[in-house]
Design a protein around this ligand. Structure first.
Ligand code: ATP
Ligand code: MG
Length: 328
């Protein structure tokens, strides 16, 4: 059983990333052979600063290690260190259709919010993501709900590849958490919390100080009622219920019955306190780890070496099946 997932080093990581993805990475280490990757090549698809990108890779790596990724129990690396990812991207492009890529909602959303250049890379993003996973013949991909469509696409790509060139790739399953798969922005709860697209006040960062976290939750948008209950017309309150349930590891119904009749003020404070308690140890461990860039660099380099061995094997099979390069 092999597990693979990637996370972008864009900006700083937020509570949605933590609850939707990172907690699943940590538990995945106990369930199979797990590979996790800081996907810096994906970050090139929107406007960015080269010097900031390099720093952000270390920031993101330190957050993941602080959250509990253990390089002894998983393969943890930087995407751009393994050249098989871009190579396989190109090879898979021959079995990916233009029409499919045009239908990807992430592309449409992000293309719409670019101020100047909409890069071809943004359009090609799902092919690179397919290559990330398929290069390792992963069985399972833990992601948040917004990545469901991209995993569906990579499954179609793998099936099409196998049909056209013979059984070579593993068709992966998506793994989305029951609670916390889609954390919404606290200020605009109809939109997902996002590294690049959300409001600053509505995005709770993993590294935010406790007083900042409390302020963000206190000013979270709710509705004019007072009932702590999930409903389609109560996106703000529903989101806060999901957050508290995910942080505590309980069902949302339990949160609803506990806060039945307590009013929004007290409820928001309780969510804020729970999130502060939840993230404080992570922030503290992060501070220790982030100081040692050489240590982070060698952790990533060791991971890349292990990843390369697996990916190179897949690429040999893919090239052979496709008739690319000399006979091996
Ligand atoms: P961007 O908005 O620029 O794409 P992001 O916030 O989505 O950035 P990613 O690195 O693309 O960050 O996503 C990393 C993981 O976090 C993915 O598995 C994604 O599904 C998950 N994720 C992202 N946002 C949320 C969210 N609001 N709730 C739950 N999971 C999320
Ligand atoms: Mg994303």
């Amino acid at each position: 059983m092999r597990i693979f997932s990637g996370i972008q080093p864009t900006g700083r990581k937020h509570l949605g990333n933590y609850l939707g993805a990172i907690t699943q990475y940590v538990s995945g280490q106990d369930r199979g052979e797990a590979l996790f990757c800081v996907v810096d090549l994906h970050a090139l698809t929107v406007a960015y600063e080269p010097a900031v990108l390099r720093e952000s890779v270390y920031d993101t790596a330190a957050i993941l290690l602080a959250a509990g990724l253990d390089p002894e129990r998983c393969i943890f690396f930087r995407q751009s260190d393994v050249m098989e990812h871009p190579e396989l991207t190109w090879l898979l492009s021959s079995v990916t259709s233009f029409g499919e890529l045009s239908r990807m909602t992430q592309f449409k959303d992000k293309a719409g919010s670019q101020r100047d250049l909409v890069s071809a890379g943004l359009f090609f993003y799902p092919v690179l993501m397919a290559a990330d996973v398929l290069a390792y013949r992963a069985n399972e991909v833990p992601v948040g709900d917004d990545q469901r469509q991209h995993v569906e696409l990579m499954r179609d790509v793998a099936v099409r590849f196998n049909g056209r060139f013979g059984e070579t790739l593993v068709v992966p399953e998506v793994r989305i958490p029951k609670v916390g798969a889609r954390i919404m922005d606290l200020q605009t709860p109809e939109k997902k919390m996002s590294t690049t697209g959300g409001t600053p006040q509505g995005t709770v960062l993993v590294l935010d100080q406790p007083d900042t976290i409390v302020k963000k939750f206190r000013s979270a948008v709710t509705d004019s009622g007072s009932e702590v209950r999930r409903a389609p017309d109560k996106p703000g309150v529903s989101n806060l219920i999901d957050i508290l349930a995910a942080v505590r590891g309980v069902d949302p119904e339990q949160v609803e019955s506990e806060f039945d009749g307590s009013g929004y003020g007290a409820f928001k404070q309780a969510v804020a306190d729970a999130v502060v308690d939840y993230l404080t140890p992570v922030r503290e461990r992060y501070q220790e780890l982030r100081g040692d860039e050489a240590g982070l660099e060698s952790t990533l380099a060791e991971g890349a070496e292990k990843a390369r061995v697996i990916a190179a094997e897949t690429l040999t099979d893919v090239r052979r099946a496709m008739g690319v390069g000399p006979v091996r």
